[in-house]
Write a protein that binds this ligand. Structure first.
Ligand SMILES: C[S@@+](CC[C@H](N)C(=O)[O-])C[C@H]1O[C@@H](n2cnc3c(N)ncnc32)[C@H](O)[C@@H]1O
Length: 168
């Protein structure tokens, strides 16, 4: 079995340099594992942070990790969901979707399709931050996204208007 691999501790400061986090942002980590990215995100004053994790074991560890660090966190609204991301339909108007190579092929495509439905029901500025982007070719086919940047094996995509312009 492949070992568990969390994001680097500095992962989000690099993302902030491109995305410019704001207090209005809602952040989702798809495949949140033991919660390192949820924890790092919660050190920023995001409006809300959601972690979706398929493994009950990792989900329970993430819950304990976040509970133990609550006093150090700036974001107070943190939701951890134990679910297959392919079956998760986001209800919040989230603005940042983070992936650290959690899944591929049909699961990844279903999650992106669900994100697209969320976007179409409420068009907005939405970032997809994709670390180890092995499904980048699929994202490149999504007409509602534009590839902004790839650096240190992390790809950044943004939502676009139907006319191709960036949503600001
Ligand atoms: C590489 S780890 C990343 C953990 C965390 N996001 C981070 O960056 O530190 C990927 C996680 O995705 C989870 N995962 C795999 N398939 C999934 C699915 N279909 N739905 C939700 N989570 C999934 C794995 O259990 C694992 O915890």
């Amino acid at each position: 079995m492949k070992g568990y691999e969390p994001s680097n501790w500095r992962a989000l400061s690099r993302v902030d340099q491109i995305v410019s986090f704001s207090e209005d942002d809602i952040f989702i980590d798809f495949g949140s594992g033991k919660g390192r990215i949820v924890y790092l995100a919660a050190r920023y004053p995001f409006k809300k942070i959601i972690g979706v994790e398929i493994s009950e074991h990792f989900h329970e560890i993430a819950k304990a990790n976040i509970a133990n660090s609550r006093s150090r966190l700036k974001c107070r609204d943190i939701e951890l969901i134990n679910q297959n991301a392919a079956d998760y339909m986001p209800e919040d108007p989230f603005s940042i979707a983070y992936f650290f190579n959690p899944f591929v092929n049909t699961i990844f495509e279903k999650v992106i399709e669900n994100i697209k439905l969320s976007f179409l029901s409420n068009p907005r500025k939405l970032w997809i931050v994709y670390k180890k982007p092995i499904m980048a070719d699929y994202l490149d086919t999504c007409e509602w996204l534009t590839h902004v940047h790839t650096n240190r094996n992390t790809a950044f995509y943004r939502s676009v208007h139907p006319d191709g312009s960036l949503i600001t």
